[in-house]
Design a protein around this ligand. Sequence first.
Ligand code: XMP
Length: 308
Amino acid sequence: MRSLLMNEILEKTREEIGNKKVIAAVSGGGDSTLAAHIARETGAEVFAVFVDSGLLREGEAERTEKYYREIFRDNFVFVDAGKEFFEALKGVIDPEEKRKRIGKKFVEIFERIAKEKGAEVLVQGTIAPDWIESGGQGRDRIKSHHNVGGMPETFLKVVEPLRDLYKDEVRELLKQEGIGSGLEDKQPFPGPGLAVRVLGEVTEEKIRVVRKANAIVEEVLDRSKKPWQYFAVLLPVKSTGVKGDERVYGVTIVIRAIDSTDGMSGSFSRIPYDLLEEMSSRITREIPECNRVVYDVTNKPPATIEWE
Ligand code: XMP
């Protein structure tokens, strides 16, 4: 049985889509998958579009592509766009500018696919914290979430079925709809991807480093009582270290692990020292460029969860 909430969302989304064809932007996360599912359940013709921005976690593009192909079959579109994104990010240091460039690139790609498919509507998985934190309605802007504040003008009609929901409600609906098994417990991942976890200019090389560090953080913490969200950040700071008998200047990796329920506030996770040590030794051993690992002990607020 569908809940009252789900029926209301379906009805409203059906009205907004009308009889138009739809492009649904999917990222592999719960929000966008639920939004695409809702669009399809209205009876509309929906093309699910997944963009590999080159800014994803280890193995994520392959896993996600496989997952969506099974659900959307011929209506799934995979876009390999790493080159385009690195080009768009060249020389950009300012975090807001990064988010804007990435948002612009995503929209450009969606418009391109929409033209190919004859679609006029873009369905996105925006949820309440995204637009609250992107400012508007008298709030100060904290960050431009790439699917809200950084969203440039588009000829597509944007429909956001989940814009009044919080993460825990999305998880509940996913469960109710019986879709995305495994997705409900997946940790959130920001739309702009690893680009907001590389402070300073984003390059393919730095993404490779942060991706590797992130995979280690996930591997180690997946075996423990998992925090709500946990990841690695690469700082544009070098410090002195010794590797073998040599004095080296290496890069710094931050481990960030947060306990939260909705991402609006949170406290740093009290993870055991032995796990911190395991992550630190693996990161410095397996990533030759890195000789220092620090743990972020800041709550939200005053810090945000992501570093940019
Ligand atoms: P912050 O860093 O604002 O993050 O405390 C709160 C939650 O939102 C995620 N996040 C994003 N999600 N697009 C998204 O879809 C974005 O631009 C974005 N920025 C942050 C973040 O990972 C955390 O779970």
